[in-house]
Design a protein around this ligand. Structure first.
Ligand code: GCO
Ligand code: MG
Length: 414
């Protein structure tokens, strides 16, 4: 079954998405997500100039071999741009294979291990009362696990906190990528950071949330790479009484050894990996059991083939999945994650921010969210269709993620 067409569709229904659509000689289509927030056109170019010419005429049934060809065969391997492109091809081929089999993809991955995937949503507030309202709103939407992010006294807008009146593109949540005001160039917004103020404030935030909502509700928090190892160790310890589901990205992720120090000092569960793109980013973390949850996304890690191998390796060490699911993972990438979530044994939790109505008019999804659980649906394949006519109404809009500086102007991790 030969691939006869490979189109890269860049569309911006509220935010930018890069999608690969493969079509076989029998007319079967498959979709893959290649969205890399703020660097979308680099992946588009990688796909169009370097990958599409290799795919045309190749056998759509050979998923593993195609993965190895694009990974090993390129010589220049790994990196977020390359691996997002490989992911899109791999996911589209799995979509095609499952459609040809007449099965939802999770059946080809071994069948369901659970009835649905526990999802967590993003509650945030510029102050504690606003955050408590946001938690309440998420509970009303059906979430059974919630991430908590709060504004910090003395600092301006910070990561993870929805600012009233921004963008409005997405339904409930914070959207960090900023588009240009009419026609302007969207230089990254600069935020100001102070870790001492943050460390002083966060335990009080969790105290307030636990006092209001009790001990049962699973609560998560994202440090977004800002602490030193010793600061992260201190925060993990300070948060132990609040029984977090996880503390995410406590330190800059590329330094695997940093997690050793954090681990020595705290029993707060740790999650990391949304910026990783290879199993090799995890070797120390997994073999030394320095983390509890793997945060990678199918979209950024080389697709279903690579993500499955990574999660199987994590399982050997008793480490669970917690796949990345912000709105910059497209509905295609989210569906791919859900099929894995349902099938693997070592599922932990799935991040789920929910896409805007505008996005869902372009990407028609079959997956469901009910009583806090996501299910990929029993539609053959991934269960997502792309309306290319609707997509064409939303051309690419340049957008950047913010950058972070300390009060004295020093560049810091965002
Ligand atoms: C998360 C992430 C996101 C990222 C975003 C960057 O935990 O969901 O940290 O909020 O910042 O995906 O593109
Ligand atoms: Mg994160």
């Amino acid at each position: 079954m030969r691939i006869v067409s490979a189109e890269v569709i860049v569309t911006s229904p509220g935010r930018n998405f890069v999608t690969l659509r493969l079509t076989t000689e029998d007319g079967v289509t498959g979709l893959g997500d290649a969205t890399l927030n703020g660097r979308e056109l680099a992946v588009q170019s990688y796909l169009e100039n370097h990958v599409v010419p290799l795919l045309l005429g190749s056998d759509a049934t050979r998923i593993e071999d195609t993965w190895q060809y694009l990974y090993r065969g390129a010589y220049w391997r790994r990196g977020p741009v390359t691996m997002a492109a490989v992911a899109a091809v791999d996911t589209a081929l799995w979509d095609i294979k499952a459609k040809c089999a007449g099965m939802p993809l999770y059946q080809l991955l071994g069948g369901a291990s659970r009835t649905g995937a526990l999802a967590y949503g993003h509650a945030s507030g510029r102050d504690v009362p606003e955050l408590l309202d946001s938690v309440r709103a998420h509970l009303e939407q059906g979430y059974r696990a919630i991430r908590i992010q709060s504004g910090i006294p003395g600092l301006g807008p910070v990561y993870g906190v929805a600012a009233a009146g921004t963008d409005g593109a997405d339904r409930y949540d914070y959207e960090p990528a900023r588009r240009a005001a009419a026609g302007g160039i969207p230089l990254p917004v600069t935020e100001t950071w102070g870790t001492r103020a943050y460390l002083r404030h966060v335990p009080a935030v969790f105290e307030a949330v636990r006092a209001e909502f009790g001990p049962e509700l699973p609560l998560l928090h994202d440090g977004h790479h800002r602490m030193t190892p010793i600061q992260a160790a201190r925060l993990g310890k300070a948060l132990e009484p609040y029984d977090l589901f996880w503390l995410e990205d406590a330190t800059p992720a590329e330094d695997q050894a940093a997690l050793r120090l954090i681990r020595q000092h705290t029993t707060t569960p740790l999650a990391i990996g949304e910026v990783f793109n290879s199993v090799y980013d995890y070797t120390t973390l997994l073999s030394e059991r320095l983390i509890d949850y793997v945060r990678s996304a199918v979209t950024h890690t080389g697709g279903i083939t690579a993500m499955r191998k990574l999660l199987d390796l994590a399982d050997v060490f008793g480490i669970k999945s917690g796949m990345h699911g912000p709105t910059d993972i497209s509905p295609v990438g989210m569906a791919a994650a859900l099929h894995l979530d349902l099938a693997i044994h070592n599922f932990g939790i799935q991040e789920y921010m929910q896409h805007s109505d505008r996005t869902l008019e372009v990407f028609r999804t079959a997956f469901t969210f009910k009583d806090g659980l996501l299910h990929p649906s029993d539609t053959p394949g991934l269960g997502v269709d792309l309306d290319t006519e609707a997509a064409a109404h939303h051309p690419y809009e340049p957008a950047y993620l913010p950058v972070n500086r300390l009060a004295d102007g020093t560049m810091h991790d965002w």
